[in-house]
Ligand binder design. Structure first.
Ligand SMILES: *Cc1c(COP(=O)(O)O)cnc(C)c1O
Ligand SMILES: [Zn+2]
Length: 404
């Protein structure tokens, strides 16, 4: 699809495909699509392609016929009646992004990002990651036969994610520091021409991530929900969802945008603080802490974009404690049979809390995006569940052990 890259801050067009920010003002980049090709069409017409990221090819800035794909997207949208009843809200849906090829929504952006890397003739791709981006990058790089390098914050990466990055053959480097330190280093490497950076500051990544919004619309028969709740870490995903809806609105395919509602962990909530004080910019958190490692980010690269998305849609942002996150994670598993990692459960914890605060009305139709699979972080799950029962190998002992 025809497009150009623009600076989010100063609006200048950026022509060098290898810079990760504006050469004039250092602003973050964004993509402007030429939507003329789809102007006369309707969203229903897109249904002639298989359900998934590439159904939305007219909204993606790469050549779909050469896509590096593992058939990402096309994830289920579950109607959650028990959760709705429990939280006293009319309709609650969960968009389960754990059903992607590597178990998180990062695959949506990575299929587009790695396709772009191939278009540009890159041989080495890299990222900093709290885990899921590295798992995704490693898999798509393998598919495209590219080398991949991933920088992880030392000791704070969930086991499933680490295993994936290693398994798909990335060069895995643990750096002494947190995610923000790892991102700083990988950007330096990108600027030095050592690798093509595929963090979400690469504007091609959010383009792929837009498709989660398109799919939700498709699954709701093109009726715009009242609210979409999602966890916010580096803040690219909430921006991507916003961008998706603005494009459809520009085409006249919809006439409103859901209230975009961002949830952060209490120990790592710069966007929430900025939103509360009405600022367009945020103050980074130097020592982010939370059990939800995927959103343990103090200096969100797309933070300013996220604040615009939230404000512009009359949305909101709140933080939730680790305890609330773990409680919500278990509740979703035991009430709906949906297994998500802690960061994803932040959206559920946020749903419950915002309803209690009266911010969400009872008659809303709400979609929570649950970003990653429960198997990503088995250690946290095992620690937060009841202990395993030991018993001798006979029925009497087992009956006694389970209290029957
Ligand atoms: C990356 C990630 C997030 C945060 O998304 P951002 O775009 O960084 O805000 C949330 N949950 C999971 C599981 C993730 O992998
Ligand atoms: Zn600029």
């Amino acid at each position: 699809m025809k497009h150009l890259v623009r600076c989010f801050e100063c609006g200048r067009e950026v022509s060098d495909p290898f810079v990760d920010s504006c050469p004039h003002c250092s602003g973050k980049l964004t993509i402007e699509l030429d939507l003329n090709e789809v102007k006369e069409r309707s969203p229903k017409e897109l249904r002639s392609r298989p359900f998934g990221v590439w159904r939305y090819a007219p909204f993606l800035p790469v050549d779909a016929s050469k896509a590096v794909t593992l058939k990402e997207g096309g994830t289920p949208l579950y109607k959650c009646s028990s959760l709705a009843e429990k939280s006293a809200i009319k309709e609650v849906f969960v968009k389960f992004e754990g059903a992607n090829p590597t178990g998180s929504f990062k695959d949506r952006g990575m299929t587009v990002g790695v396709s772009r890397a191939v278009e540009l003739g890159c041989k080495v791709v890299g990222c900093a990651s709290t885990g899921n981006t590295s798992a995704s990058l490693a898999a798509y790089a393998a598919k495209a036969r590219l080398d991949s390098v991933v920088l992880l914050p030392s000791g704070k990466v969930a086991m499933g994610k680490l295993a994936q990055a290693m398994f798909y053959g990335a060069k895995v480097v643990m750096v002494d520091g947190n995610f923000d330190d790892a991102l700083r280093v990988v950007r330096e490497m990108g600027n030095a021409g050592q690798l093509y950076i595929l963090n979400s500051i690469n504007p091609y990544r959010p383009e792929g991530q837009k498709t989660v919004a398109f799919e939700i619309m498709d699954q709701l028969e093109f009726e715009v929900p009242d609210r979409i709740i999602l966890p916010v870490g580096n803040a690219a995903n909430i921006w991507a969802v916003y961008k998706a809806f603005t494009e459809w609105r520009e085409l006249g395919w919809i006439d409103k945008i859901p209230k975009l509602t961002g949830i952060q962990a209490a120990g790592s909530a710069p966007i929430v603080r900025a939103f509360r004080s009405g600022q367009d910019d945020f103050v980074p958190e130097d020592h982010p802490e939370t059990i939800a490692t995927a959103i343990r980010i103090g200096n969100p690269a797309s933070g300013r974009k996220a604040l615009r998305a939230i404000k512009d849609t009359d949305g909101t942002a709140i933080d939730v404690t680790d305890e609330e996150i773990l409680k919500a994670q278990r509740m979703l598993g035991r009430m709906e049979g949906i297994g998500v990692e802690p960061a994803s459960a932040a959206s559920i914890a946020g749903l419950v809390k915002l309803r209690q605060m009266g911010e969400i009305d009872w008659d809303e139709r709400v979609v929570c995006i649950c970003t990653g699979h429960v198997l990503k972080d088995p250690d946290t799950v095992i620690k937060s569940c009841e202990a395993i029962i030991q018993a001798k190998a006979d029925m009497e002992s087992v009956r006694k052990a389970i209290g029957r």
